[in-house]
Design a protein. Structure first.
Length: 184
C-alpha cells in the first residue's frame, strides 16, 4: 500500500515544544500551515504550571485517514509527539485495507469526512462493518453537518473540527481513549 506508512512514536519532550503547536487553517479549499514562533510557545509554556497539565500523552496506535498529504504529515507529527504510533492512509479505500490488515493494533481512527471517491461517511460505515467496536474520531474543516451528526448519533466516538491544535487533539484523544471512572 503505497499511501500507507507506519511511523514509530517518539516520547514527548518539552524541548520540542516549539515544533508541537502546528495550526491548520482552511481557506478557500487551500490548507495552510504555520508553526507558532518559539517565543509564543515559550511564553505559553511559562504561563502554565507545566506541559503535562495541558497535553495528554498516550500510547497505542492511531490510523489517520486524510487525502491531503500535508494534513497526514502534520497530524502524524502531532500524534507522535503525544506518544502514539501512527499508521497513515491517503484515501478511504486505503484506510479499509490498512484496517483489515492491522485492526488488532489500531486503537483509534482519525477520519477526514471530505475525500474523493470514498468519503469519510462511507469509510466509517465500512470500518464499522468490519468491527462494530472500532473507535473513530471524525475530522472536518466544516462544522458538524447532518452526516456527521448521524454518525455521532449512531455510535461514532467524536468529532474534531479543523483547524485543530495539539491541545485540542490531545483532549479529544483523552476523551475517547481514557475511560473515566464515574461513581453514581
Amino acid at each position: 500500500m503505497p499511501d500507507t506508512q507506519k511511523r514509530v512514536a517518539s516520547p514527548l519532550n518539552t524541548s520540542d515544544l516549539k515544533q508541537l503547536e502546528v495550526e491548520m487553517q482552511k481557506a478557500h479549499n487551500k490548507l495552510e500551515y504555520s508553526v507558532c514562533s518559539e517565543r509564543q510557545v515559550s511564553d505559553e509554556v511559562h504561563s502554565t504550571v507545566g506541559l503535562a497539565d495541558r497535553l495528554n500523552e498516550g500510547t497505542g496506535t492511531i490510523l489517520i485517514v486524510d487525502d491531503e498529504e500535508m494534513v497526514l504529515e502534520t497530524v502524524t507529527r502531532m500524534l507522535e509527539r503525544l506518544g502514539y504510533s501512527v499508521l497513515e492512509a491517503g484515501s478511504g479505500m486505503a484506510a479499509i485495507d490498512v484496517y483489515k490488515e492491522k485492526m488488532k493494533e489500531i486503537d483509534l481512527i482519525i477520519l477526514d469526512m471530505i475525500m474523493p471517491k470514498m468519503d469519510g461517511g462511507k469509510t466509517y460505515e465500512k470500518i464499522k462493518e468490519i468491527n462494530p467496536n472500532a473507535k473513530v474520531l471524525l475530522a472536518s474543516g466544516y462544522s458538524i453537518d447532518v452526516q456527521v451528526a448521524e454518525k455521532l448519533k449512531n455510535g461514532c466516538n467524536g468529532f474534531i473540527q479543523k483547524p485543530f491544535n495539539l491541545r485540542n487533539l490531545s483532549g479529544k484523544l483523552r476523551e475517547i481513549l481514557v475511560p473515566t471512572n464515574r461513581t453514581f
